[in-house]
Design a protein around this ligand. Sequence first.
Ligand code: ADP
Ligand code: MG
Length: 671
Amino acid sequence: MLRGAGPATLKALASLGIATLGDLLLHLPREYEDRTAAVPLSRFMDRKVYTLARVVRHEWFGAGRMRTLKIFIDDGTTEAALLCFNRPFLEEIAPVGSSVIVHGRFQFRFGEIQSSMFELRHTSNGLQLADHLDPVYPLASGISQASLRKLVSSALSKFADHLEDEVPSALRAQYGFPDKSTAIRHLHFPPDGNAAETARRTLAYEELFYFQLGIALRIRARRARTRVRAPFTGVLARKLLDRLPYSLTPDQHKALEAIVHDLTKPYPMARLLQGDVGSGKTIVALLAALHVVERGGQVAIMAPTELLARQHAQTAAHLLEPLGVRLAFVTGSVQSAARPPLLAAIEEGTIDIAIGTHALFSDDIRFRNLQMVIIDEQQRFGVLQRVALYRKGEVPDLLMMSATPIPRSLALSLFGDLEVTTIRTLPPGRKPVITHLAAETRREEVYEFVRKRLAEGRQAYFVYPVISESDRVGLRDAASMADHLGKRVFAEYKVGLLHSRLPDDEKMEVMAAFAAGSIQVLVATTVVEVGVDVPNATVMVIEHAERFGLSALHQLRGRIGRGAHQGYCFLIYSSTITDDARLRLKALYDTVDGFAIAEEDLKIRGPGELLGTEQSGSLRLRIADLQKDLDLLQHAREDAFALVEKDPDFSSPAAKLVAEVLRRASPFADR
Ligand code: ADP
Ligand code: MG
């Protein structure tokens, strides 16, 4: 497809994600180089300079192998120095008195205007102004900027005129987008910056439009899977409500209503219940599950960790068993003797609700009548698992819960096939956690503070990035610190240790002891990040806080402030903290609002890192940038959904074109 390119070039292109001509034409320039106008040296602040200058003198600095030439030039507006690192040959190319063309980035340092990133040429053919900007592409080793430009430009001259428009012309007209040929040309060699941005947005819209069409079609396919539903009255759920020591918040009520309403529809539910840490999603999920149980269906509740699954099982046992609901606990560690009867019960349908880890969906587990799947902390699972679950026969009602609020851009894209319900308010009486940033040197003061809270009867978490010393030298680790804190710092209290490498029953023992208050200080790794609910624990100390991601920190902080007492979070950071990490900690310090934090996290890390490769991989966006193009995303979604709605058979000419494009290159063929 990329004929003419040698194997080395093809390899370099492949590492840039370019395998086809189409990939090449959509290789997005990182920026553009502007040689359409001369820019005087004195204007270097605003932009890259492109100017004709006279060489005024040479100087050398440094000694030995470090000896470096400095060429001073003057273009009539000001004087500047060119630092010729590794380019001593410029001495002969640009002798004093000669005229040169200089193109480069300048800065003001050490009292002069200087550049070490510049190109320099003789004036032989003068200062040639271009009629377009030049693309600056992301590169890989094995291919140069110049050769990539040449490749793109020859591909453009051969193919750009033959590109068909893939967005219906009415839509293009509505947004004032140029045709595809123009957009592709201008993406690479635009006449000016505005044209470049218009081209990018045109192609971004096209990409998002087809992305959204895929979502619209997926929703349509799900809704086509109709079935007859047994009725329910909600009697079981009401019994549970009567037994609760609190009443639901208005948001919890609304969320429950929305879910129950879904359960009356003839097609499967796909709903995301999001709510900040501690907002009370679990009870909503259990109440919803009771409706399914009432009408004879089975429910699976899946949690990302054994610890959390166990906690849910305990909560459920406490709340549901008195109602006669039959529960099972299924994790990878439920093996041997206990397993066969458990599996048999699930298969016979004598279990109503199975609670566990992803082991719930291992091959040997067959449900008799699985009607609803609840996935807690769904941000911990990949999209792929969501799909695997769907393949298990009949499509169940799906309720996903997330405490990492999904930023709007992702709600409209990656999660665009889900209905979203949000619990915004926390249960009454909660006080926002007070967060402190503390340099390492102030650790003793933090300990002192913790000691006071312990004396008042509260409990504390200490979280470390690694389990033991051997995991990463130079970092404080949970095992050594548990020892140190237990023996030296909080000798009068009981200090427990919790991490993922402990045997499961030991984990459960420690957790139970902490929940019961017989352990006052829990030293842990991020295993306590999700779900753990011990309201009497009011202090969280996170060491090497700069090593944790923003949402992990927010989740950790969410372990406290769950009861009536004021919660405190200390983020202890090392002196070697990076700027990025500083931003993260500052964001956490500035707000306790999980939504704001999620948006911030998305900005700092981008969707790839935020979701892990598995989830973000399915986005596969080349041109569009979810944050920058949020407006386009919204429009593309409305337009795509409207098309599917108005013309479900794709019979109009515009829709026919769209259907044809979808057939040719559906990025969703595998979903
Ligand atoms: P999350 O949304 O983070 O999963 P949980 O479901 O674990 O939150 O709830 C956090 C705590 O709040 C639990 O101890 C739960 O019993 C309690 N809770 C839930 N709803 C309410 C409410 N309406 N009023 C008071 N406490 C509540
Ligand atoms: Mg939860």
